[in-house]
Design a protein around this ligand. Sequence first.
Ligand SMILES: *Cc1c(COP(=O)(O)O)cnc(C)c1O
Length: 454
Amino acid sequence: MKQKRFMLQESELPREWYNIQADMKTKPMPLIHPATRQPLGVDDLAHIFPRECCVQELDQTNAWIPIPEEVLEKYSYYRSTPLVRAYALEEALGTPAHIYFKNESVNPLGSHKINSALPQCYYAKQEGTTNVTTETGAGQWGAALSYAASVFGLEAAVYQVKISMQQKPYRSLIMRTFGAAVTGSPSMSTRAGKDIITLNPHHSGSLGTAISEAIELATTTPGCKYTLGSVLNHVAIHQSIIGLEAEKQMQLAGEYPDMVIACFGGGSNFGGIAFPFMRHNLNHGKQTEFIAAEPESCPKLTRGEFRYDFGDEAGYTPLLPMFTLGHDFRPANIHAGGLRYHGAGVIVSQLLKDGLMRGVDIPQLETFEAGMLFARTEGIIPAPESSHAIAATIREALKCKQTGEEKVILFNLSGHGLIDMTAYDQYLNGDLVNYQLSDAEISENLKSVPENLH
Ligand SMILES: *Cc1c(COP(=O)(O)O)cnc(C)c1O
């Protein structure tokens, strides 16, 4: 079977983002100030983030947010991204299911993160900011932010998880190529970093430590704003460009998804592809199923608790109502597939609580098996993160094989794996293992979560 790809003409590209908060029957609970315990408003957040991002973050009424012309212009460098019918994968599985994927790996940086990096830098520039800072783990977000900062003429300072920086040098080189200053976290350049190193001199770093350092830099440096690549509502809003395009492309294919699947770190690529379709469940009686695929070694959706928790290790962020494993959770070092953040975004957490989606946790080896099959059938080496979505898709497609159902499954290919080949090397050499957390480890780690407010 010839491969089928669906693209949009320039005139068909979405010009607004979708904000699912407006359509949710149960609205997300407020972000809370850790000291005063009061709900936060735009002014409380705007000393950290670009103001327009804060407005979007707390907007529970406007379903559609216009995409600024300058951002549309930059989107036009790589959008639309292809929607692909994965015939070869279907054939290899012998499934009657129709499998489609949205290919977000097709852009200069190789992952969906650029979709939010561009507007965040644009808004920062608009309000007179000169510097942006952020954290990054494996480096996809840092790379996207460094590119977006250079596009809009901002200086970028990136704190990268120390162990990732050592193990995966290529992405810090990409960031530096785009002009960013990259520092391994924890570092001696911030109070938070010094405190963490004092407590634990051999701390290998986590997203939690890097977020603390970046927020500290932003709040202590004039003209500097903090940006975040996932978890927050405004990031999910920007990523809705994925699902809005996919909706039009599925129309070109003459189908509508029975299932939408994405991998899950903090929820931005999941929300990006899922929410535009979920609006038809909320508003028009559609019954599409939504599945978020997380690693077995970092199972906040399937085994975490819905609590108010911090977004970072030092406790600088507001308290967020989220499914969490505890803000100082550190996944086992053996895990190679990214998706290591301890919590889930606020919107997704509410949707999960309300039964509008479900999580599934996938063992590491299954994700690599899925990634290998995808590479060998569709010819694209997926990011280890994206392989979680592929594995979940394969599970569902094999169920269809048993029942004979011709379900239409859409998944998001959030990025390619060409800069993650050391993970493939480890897998091919048989050095990767599965790692399941015990219930005792999970409840022990949740002890650090501030007392439940509800
Ligand atoms: C960052 C990243 C993810 C996870 O983040 P989400 O916000 O959950 O989407 C998934 N895939 C790739 C390729 C990434 O770079």
